[in-house]
Design a protein around this ligand. Structure first.
Ligand SMILES: Nc1ncnc2c1ncn2[C@@H]1O[C@H](COP(=O)(O)OP(=O)(O)OP(=O)(O)O)[C@@H](O)[C@H]1O
Length: 257
């Protein structure tokens, strides 16, 4: 039985593609308001884990429970609607729409509309959904986005675009947030800002997070626990201090750099 206190429970997941093993026996839990980081060298299986959790890949073996419910085999939009939200390595927003409109779309889980359909849908939303609007305004305040709220996303600096993407995921009112390389390509100041928002999400909003990133300093500073993968296998799982002194980790990953 999955302990009810765990938001996410992953058991012995195995995934391969035509003979290539992407994930080989990975098991971990995410507790309430916990920040778990997943690290590992290139090709270790980090993105594949995210794709399994969000329903993009279906593993050949194992089990995943989200809020106590089995989710393997559910389609991505169903899993998202259950409250598992995700950001992507590359910014995935409607670049011609404003910050406000991108967040409104996030509120309604409508990710796959073209810009025109999205704009038409928003017309209805504006009339009908004042409550949604109030919630989105709260997110804009929370992420310090007020100065950009009416700007089309394409005009914004990269670091702000990443923050809007985070805002869109928050607009889904997630029960768990997956962040795929949230600081990739950011300068120091943008990285520090993002780190602060990630911690605020955990501490002020109480939303648990799973984060993949190559920035080792960030991961060790932020994470409650760290899962280390190498060639799809689970090398270690523990606190940043435990993981950093684990010889298997040093050999597999830290020793590289
Ligand atoms: N759709 C796919 N088809 C075939 N092989 C895949 C697919 N997705 C992942 N793989 C393989 O699975 C392994 C793990 O890849 P994955 O992208 O999950 O690693 P990663 O840790 O996210 O790497 P990176 O840090 O480079 O993003 C790799 O060998 C990769 O080539």
């Amino acid at each position: 039985m999955t302990a009810l206190t765990n938001v996410l429970s992953v058991r012995d997941v195995g995934l391969s593609f035509a003979g290539v093993t992407a994930i080989d026996g990975v098991s971990f839990d995410v507790g309430p308001a916990e920040l778990l980081a997943v690290i590992g060298p290139n090709g270790a299986g980090k993105t594949s884990v995210f794709n399994v959790l969000s329903g993009v890949y279906r593993p050949q073996r194992g089990a995943v429970r989200f809020l106590g419910e089995p989710i393997l085999g559910l389609r991505p939009h169903r899993i998202a609607a259950m409250g598992l939200a995700r950001t992507f390595q590359n910014v995935e927003l409607f670049h011609n729409l404003t910050v406000l409109d991108n967040l409104m779309l996030g509120r309604h889980h409508h990710f796959r509309y073209g810009t025109l359909a999205a704009a038409a849908w928003l017309g209805r939303a504006r009339r009908e959904e004042l409550a949604a609007r109030a919630q989105v305004e709260e997110i804009i305040d929370f992420l310090d986005l007020a100065a950009w709220r009416r700007h089309p996303v394409r005009l914004l600096p990269y670091g702000i675009q990443k923050r809007v993407e985070l805002g869109r995921a928050l607009a889904m009112e997630p029960k768990l947030l997956l962040l795929d390389e949230p600081v990739a390509g950011m300068n120091l100041e943008e990285t520090e800002d993002m780190a602060r928002f990630v911690l605020d999400i955990r501490d002020d909003l109480g939303i648990p997070l799973v984060l993949v990133d190559h920035d080792m300093g960030l991961v060790m500073d932020l994470a409650d626990r760290v899962l280390v993968l190498d060639f799809g296998r689970q090398v270690a799982l523990g606190t940043p201090a435990e993981v950093q002194r684990d010889p298997k980790v040093i050999e597999a990953y830290l020793g590289e750099s």
